[in-house]
Design a protein around this ligand. Structure first.
Ligand code: C2E
Ligand code: CA
Ligand code: CA
Ligand code: CA
Length: 279
């Protein structure tokens, strides 16, 4: 719109000027984004390293902004967290992801779906009840075992008592929980071993350059062993080349995700990939 152009939309570059975000009222734009269906989920495949088969996808949100083009989550999720818009946004993500997963199930693709939940949404006392409601009926009704909630270790450790209760409730529903970005936060191992966690995702900063960096390889190996010793499965994210995938296979890592396997894809692109890999 003309109003937007007046304040510089045409020259907008969030990378060079983080403060422009405030001026551009992304916040009110985001409110409209929900109403106008501008949000979209991309899906990044996760493979079982031993078989090479796609076993699931991680839902990653994008915002198809009318003027700015496709925005990545780091450009608007922090905003949503501060404004409270994160609650309707998370609800939209969960509903959309479950509905999509159910469609795939009907089409014969047995995929699990991983959903990112931010700090404020995880602290939302209504989250578990909402998941239970969605799983029990209608177009979002799925076996709970197909769903994995991803939270970072910091979210969990920031309020460990509440976190432990939510994890227990999710387990009772049959929903799995993965600790995201493992290694970048401040997990207490004493707590981790007691919590009903299903898997750990070793952060991509350790995985990306593993093939060239021995200390990264050592960190990843230790994390794989830690996860297995605690009874968790382990996902490596940020797998960008074949060398890394080969090393992960040798180290006994369970699952992998990254640009070498596939970028995050639109629904159409993902379905093409699924059809190819099954034929
Ligand atoms: P994350 O959960 O750690 O997601 C992984 C990020 O790594 C994604 O960035 C993905 O596109 C990127 N990635 C995947 N493979 C590779 C690779 O091989 N190399 C590299 N360098 N990067 C790779 P994206 O989609 O920009 O998402 C960024 C973050 O935004 C996510 O980090 C997650 O914390 C958050 N996020 C994404 N979707 C949602 C959502 O629906 N809700 C919430 N609350 N947060 C979300
Ligand atoms: Ca994640
Ligand atoms: Ca991650
Ligand atoms: Ca991250």
């Amino acid at each position: 719109s003309a109003k937007h152009k007046d304040i510089g939309y045409l020259f907008y570059d969030p990378k060079t000027d983080p403060h422009t975000q405030e001026r551009l009222q992304l916040n009110s734009d985001l409110r409209h984004a929900l109403e106008r269906d501008e949000l979209v989920l991309y899906y990044q495949p996760q493979i079982n390293i031993r078989t090479g088969k796609i076993i699931g996808v991680e839902a990653l949100i994008r915002w198809q902004h009318p003027e700015l083009g496709l925005l990545l989550p780091d450009q608007f999720i922090p905003f949503a967290e501060r404004s409270g818009l994160i609650h309707p946004l998370t609800d939209w993500v969960i509903v959309t992801a479950l509905r999509q997963c159910k469609k795939w199930q009907f089409a014969g693709h047995d995929l699990r779906i991983a959903i990112n939940v931010s700090a404020r949404s995880f602290q939302d006392r209504k989250l578990v009840a909402r998941l239970e409601e969605l799983l029990s009926a209608g177009e979002t009704c799925l076996p709970a075992g197909h769903i994995e909630i991803e939270i970072t270790e910091n979210i969990l450790m920031s309020d460990i008592e509440h976190g432990a209760i939510v994890l227990q409730q999710l387990r009772e529903l049959g929903i799995s929980v993965a600790i995201d970005d493992f290694g970048t936060g401040y997990s207490s191992l004493a707590y981790l071993k007691k919590l009903p966690i299903h898997s750990m995702k070793v952060d991509k900063s350790f995985v990306m350059n593993m093939a060239e960096d021995e200390s990264d390889t050592a960190i990843v190996l230790s994390t794989i062993d830690l996860a297995h010793n605690l009874g968790f499965s382990i996902v490596a994210e940020g797998v960008e080349n074949k060398g890394t995938l080969d090393i992960l296979n040798k180290l006994g890592c369970d699952y992998a995700q990254g640009f070498h396997i596939s970028h995050p894809l639109s629904v159409d692109m993902l379905e093409k990939l699924l059809d190819q890999s099954e034929s």
